[in-house]
Design a protein around this ligand. Structure first.
Ligand code: URA
Length: 236
């Protein structure tokens, strides 16, 4: 394998732009085989040398990484840094070009998969895989029997009729809603079209993968195998 300049290798493996990588090297944040290297032109081979940034190993870009996150409020599922102040991928170490699999609204909390694996993204989002998602919704006032009935029987969103898979009233002003389609603002629309206001919205499950006790704002690195429950044996 050929050797290349350290700054070039860092940039090529998704750390940041070449210029930013040079800065990181000058700041003493990069080690090669345990030794701090201050010269961007230092020659390395990523297949043999152990390159780390802030103590975390820099991986080859063809390596896929997967995380599950309990998204906090105020973060947008987008990579458009120019447009949005707080984006979800900012919560992660900067070594990979990550994106979220599907979207939660800025003010929704809960389970999000974050990865650099485009194929996985397609499988979770595409309606043909019929992956259900479960949400807890806190409303401003108690949900009446009529409102529960209306939400269960479905509403029209952007001229499409949308019906949830299941709606359960778990407390006076808390609903559990399971949906499959994932239209924009679907859960909020379902609830708000009955006159209720959504105070809190949290996704607690994707397929058979549950949020569990992951705290808000925390994430966990997982393997592709750990994400099997998302698909519940629907695809190999
Ligand atoms: N439905 C919504 O309305 N918002 C979300 O964030 C997710 C589902």
């Amino acid at each position: 394998m050929t050797k290349n300049r350290l700054s070039k290798v860092l940039a090529a493996n998704g750390v940041a732009s070449r210029r930013k990588c040079e800065e990181l090297i000058f700041e003493g944040k990069v080690t090669v085989n345990g030794e701090v290297i201050l010269k961007p032109q230092h020659m390395v081979d990523i297949s043999k040398d152990k390159i780390s940034l802030d103590g975390e190993k820099v991986l080859k870009t063809d390596e896929k990484v997967y995380y599950i996150l309990n998204k906090p409020k105020g973060y947008v599922c987008s990579n458009d840094k120019e447009r949005f102040k707080n984006i979800v991928v900012d919560l992660f170490p900067s070594k990979h070009r990550l994106f979220t699999v599907g979207r939660l609204d800025k003010n929704t909390t809960g389970l999000v998969i974050v990865t650099n694996d485009g194929q996985l993204s397609h499988r979770v989002i595409h309606p043909s895989f019929e992956i259900s998602k479960e949400y807890l919704v806190k409303t401003n006032v108690e949900v009446t029997a009529e409102q529960l009935e209306k939400i269960s029987s479905g509403v029209s969103i952007e001229r499409c009729f949308v019906k949830p898979q299941k709606v359960t009233k778990v407390r006076k002003n808390t609903l559990k809603i399971i949906i499959q389609e994932g239209k924009k603002h679907e859960v909020r629309e379902l609830v708000e079209q009955t006159g209720l206001q959504v105070q809190e919205l949290c996704r607690i499950r994707i397929g058979n993968l549950r949020l569990g006790h992951l705290e808000i704002g925390h994430f966990k690195k997982v393997s592709l195998k750990d994400l099997d429950p998302v698909f519940d044996g629907k695809i190999g």
